[in-house]
Design a binder for this molecule. Structure first.
Ligand code: PFF
Length: 478
């Protein structure tokens, strides 16, 4: 009997050591019950700021800085921008909050949480679907991460002081060796952070990096706005051309809102599962959403005035920021130095998002068995890299391969997730929060003003699901 007890203690001890090592978490200030809880294998964020930083870090990344400008550019500018803001506030934000509620209530990886909250039903498949979506998301996200590394290396060797940035970008993405090396290095960085538990450090570092990136964007915006002919870009971004108001633009804007809030793949659910009971979920969801809109708009205000002033096309596509940003830096004193710092900051923003995608896959894969974390991170990470290879080669060797929908393999992976996986995931999450969880349960998690609680419930029950279905259908017919 006594021996058994000691073994048990040792087991727990090992688990706790793993938790400490892999999460960089200090446990303090918990009540007896909570200690009991985490002894049953759950880690928690050390502080509110830890969670908000991680959630904001996951949200703010290439979605706001790379994808938003090019999506706006290829979808008519202002109308897309407007729809994106509306979709973020009316649909994205409430569903983000729904993920927080489900995650904290379930206190586990998405699949286990959903099983716990809806025993004997099929809802946990939603968790598996989220895992699939984030797997595909990361497979092409890492390709863009690799492009950033390529640019960073060139910036360090002062190779960006050229005139034709379009040509440079096209030559980089068409070079199979370069894109694959970039993607591989980016994946290794992501895996390394997820497996070694230095993510706490990364998130703390991003506390400095993110504001700095913000300052950089403000400076760039000022430079961009003072270029000759800049106003054209502002008009493009803010004066609506209603002819672009179509079902397809709406679905693109909705997909963009979900993508950039990291909603619909259970990433935020997973993050919230590590959260303490006291945190105010509504406030956190609101902050993340507003921050995301602000950064997206700022990215637009940097890019489009420069696009028009420098005589480039707003519909350049995925290369937009890579073509335009170095050109703006060329117009700034000490630009060659600043651009190095800028790409480092961008890399950070991108990594805090990519680790959240790998995290969902790993946490679901290991189901609270922390000792398997390291192996799982490498295994899934390498698998994701392999699946991403065709996306990486989409602009060179495999450029002629056309997928359903008419785009490249890279476009197809993006379409599968942003236009199908995330909206369906978000729809299910909203139905789950609206109908499966009781009002008593959700109120207990939300603890907002009763009027806000009720409005949220109304949105996740009716507005969000109906809007998603209508937008989905409309994208096929108008
Ligand atoms: N929100 C991230 C970005 O905008 O770059 C992308 C993302 C991260 C999507 C994590 C989904 C996710 F689970």
């Amino acid at each position: 009997m006594k021996r058994k007890k000691i073994i048990l203690r040792n087991n727990k001890k090992i688990k706790v050591l793993y938790i400490l090592r892999y999460t960089n978490t200090k446990f303090s200030g918990f009540t007896g019950n909570e200690v009991g809880d985490w002894m049953k294998q759950r880690e928690q964020w050390t502080s509110k700021i830890g969670f908000v930083l991680a959630a904001a870090g996951s949200a703010i990344g290439l979605g706001a800085i790379w994808k938003f400008p090019y999506m706006a550019g290829t979808n008519g500018g202002s109308v897309f921008v407007l729809l994106f803001i509306i979709c973020t506030l009316i649909i994205g934000l409430p569903i983000l909050l729904a993920e927080f509620v489900i995650g904290r209530r379930g206190k586990s990886d998405a699949v286990t949480s959903l099983k716990k909250l809806a025993p004997g039903r099929k809802w946990h498949w939603m968790g598996w679907m989220g895992l699939g979506s984030s797997f595909i998301l990361l497979s092409f996200y890492s390709v863009v991460g690799g492009w950033i590394l390529s640019y960073l290396v060139r910036a360090i060797f002062f190779k960006l002081d050229i005139t034709d940035h379009s040509e440079l970008f096209n030559s980089i993405i068409a070079n199979p060796l370069e894109v694959l090396i970039g993607q591989a290095v980016f994946m290794v960085l992501t895996i390394w952070i997820v497996q070694s538990g230095i993510r706490g450090g990364i998130e703390r570092a991003s506390r400095v990096m993110m504001p700095l990136l913000f300052v950089f964007f403000i400076l760039l915006a000022i430079r961009s706005l003072t270029l000759d002919g800049a106003m054209e870009g502002i008009r493009f971004l803010f004066v609506p051309d209603w002819s672009y108001l179509t079902g397809k633009t709406l679905l693109m804007a909705l997909g963009q809102a979900f993508f950039s809030l990291s909603v619909g793949v259970t990433a935020m659910m997973t993050y919230a599962s590590y959260l303490q009971k006291e945190e105010r979920l509504g406030q956190s969801a609101f902050n993340v959403s507003i921050l995301n809109i602000v950064i997206s708009l700022l990215a637009g205000i940097v890019i489009f005035p420069a696009v028009f002033a420098l005589g480039q096309s707003p519909a350049e596509g995925p290369g937009l920021i890579f073509v335009v940003l170095p050109a703006i830096f060329n117009e700034i004193p000490f630009g060659a130095l600043f651009i190095i710092v800028f790409f480092i900051l961008l890399l950070f923003a991108t990594l805090t998002s990519s680790i959240s995608m790998l995290e969902i896959v790993v946490s679901t894969g290991i189901r609270n068995k922390y000792e398997r974390r390291k192996r799982a991170a490498w295994m899934f990470g390498i698998l994701i890299f392999i699946v991403g290879i065709p996306s990486a080669l989409s602009f060179g060797l495999l450029a002629d391969v056309k997928m359903p929908g008419g785009g490249t393999i890279f476009d197809f992976a993006d379409m599968l997730t942003s236009r199908i996986g995330l909206p369906i995931g978000a729809l299910l999450i909203s139905i789950f929060a609206g109908y499966v969880l009781t009002t008593a349960e959700t109120d207990d998690e939300l603890r907002m003003h009763p009027l806000l609680n009720r409005s949220w419930k109304f949105i996740v029950r009716f507005i969000a699901p109906i809007a998603i279905v209508i937008i989905f259908i409309a994208s096929f017919i108008m």
